[in-house]
Design a protein around this ligand. Structure first.
Ligand code: FNR
Length: 364
């Protein structure tokens, strides 16, 4: 189908499922085990209903905000997804260019198919990128990676904390897909029978712990955000340890099956942070299952600063390249703007908790 027949994120997914290789489709679309969390990530949004206000003069709607003090045209960022060249011959830089068109922030993956140089050089004037870090067992490598990211102009460090070992993704294992990430040069470090995810997990440091934050502070001045927080206990710890932000995420349902969705845990985490007087100290982001402008709206209403999005943009990139990613972002933008008009919210600050009904959110 032609690109102008793409009207929502599911349309891109349908095309991608046809055009991607079996290996790429397995790697991008899979979740852990029975994929209960994968499905739940989006389904949880369906348990939140809206309470629109009317007669509020919504002729002008402003969706701009700042993430860690960097401007974005609307509260959505491109999250890190590994191995972009599986979806498009040019890989992650395609997302970089589309992010620039829309003035949104892109998070660069440690396990990108493009080099850090390629991704940072693809940046336009004033464009902002963050960096996602997998902590290597060899901390001198980690230090080099972090310092290279900082030196190349990335503006924040998102440390992935939900993957001391990569999850078991059976689709991936069935196609026996494997692609050596840049850091794994030694053939014997790859476990070819286990699918891409397991193969690349061998270098991730499972000993990562709270005390390491001090070390990260000593090697970089970048703001530190923990990606993959799933409980209020850990959210409070992150704030107490001086982190600048947290991402409520279950890694797109690819890690622990039966982890709750980011949107479901958002209200209790915001409440706990407020109770401890820590909410103003830390920015809270959510990713997983964001497919509609109303999903973004719901996350903002419940206290998130922004949401991250992964698969839909990979699918748009695989289907139509940069133009596809730009169209996907435009659709989400338009949907959010529409949701704001129809709920009487002129700015993101106007998106109040009273505008969502979460009575059924935790009722499965
Ligand atoms: C991911 N994700 C991820 N996260 C991370 O911290 N480092 C990584 O290398 C990757 N790689 C990756 C690859 C692919 C193919 C997917 C789909 C996801 C997780 C990602 O950042 C994010 O948490 C989820 O993708 C969000 O869910 P949605 O938007 O894909 O539903």
């Amino acid at each position: 189908p032609a690109i102008d027949e793409m009207f929502n994120m599911y349309d891109f997914e349908a095309v991608a499922s046809q055009v991607l290789t079996a290996e790429a489709w397995a790697y991008y679309s899979s979740g852990a085990d029975d994929e209960i969390t994968l499905r739940e990530n989006h389904n949880a949004f369906h348990r939140i209903w809206l309470r629109p206000r009317v007669m509020r003069n919504v002729s002008h709607v402003d969706m701009k905000t700042r993430l860690l003090n960097y401007e974005t045209s609307f509260p959505l960022y491109i999250t890190a997804t590994a191995l972009g060249k599986l979806g498009h011959p040019e890989g992650e830089v395609v997302l970089t260019r589309a992010a620039r068109t829309h003035n949104i922030i892109q998070m660069l993956p440690t396990l990108a198919s493009c080099s850090l140089d390629d991704m940072t050089n693809a940046r336009g004037e004033g464009q902002i990128q963050f960096f996602q870090l997998y902590v290597n067992r060899n901390r001198s490598i980690t230090q080099k990676v972090v310092q290279a990211a900082e030196q190349k102009g990335c503006k924040a460090l998102f440390i992935t904390v939900d993957a001391p070992q990569l999850g078991r993704r059976e689709k991936d294992m069935r196609v026996k897909f494997v692609d050596a990430p840049p850091d794994v040069q030694d053939e014997k470090d790859l476990r070819r029978d286990q699918g891409a995810a397991r193969a690349i997990s061998s270098f991730i440091d499972p000993s990562l712990n709270w005390k390491d934050l001090e070390w990260f502070r000593s090697i970089t001045k970048l703001p530190i955000v923990l990606k993959g927080i799933q409980t209020s206990e850990d959210a409070i710890l992150a704030a107490q340890y001086g982190c600048d932000g947290i991402v409520l995420s279950n890694h797109g349902g690819r890690q622990l099956d039966f982890a709750r969705s980011g949107i479901e845990i958002l209200p209790e985490i915001v409440e706990a942070l407020k109770k401890e007087g820590l909410y103003h100290k830390i920015e809270v982001y959510v990713d997983g299952g964001v497919r509609r402008g109303t999903d973004i709206f719901k996350a903002i209403a419940l206290g998130a600063k922004a949401v991250g999005i992964g698969r839909p943009l990979l699918y748009a990139m695989a289907s139509y390249g940069q133009a596809g990613v730009e169209r996907a972002l435009q659709l989400l933008r338009d949907e959010l703007e529409m949701a704001m008009r129809l709920t009487g919210a002129k700015t993101l600050d106007d998106i109040r908790p009273e505008m969502v009904d979460i009575k059924n959110l935790t009722d499965h």
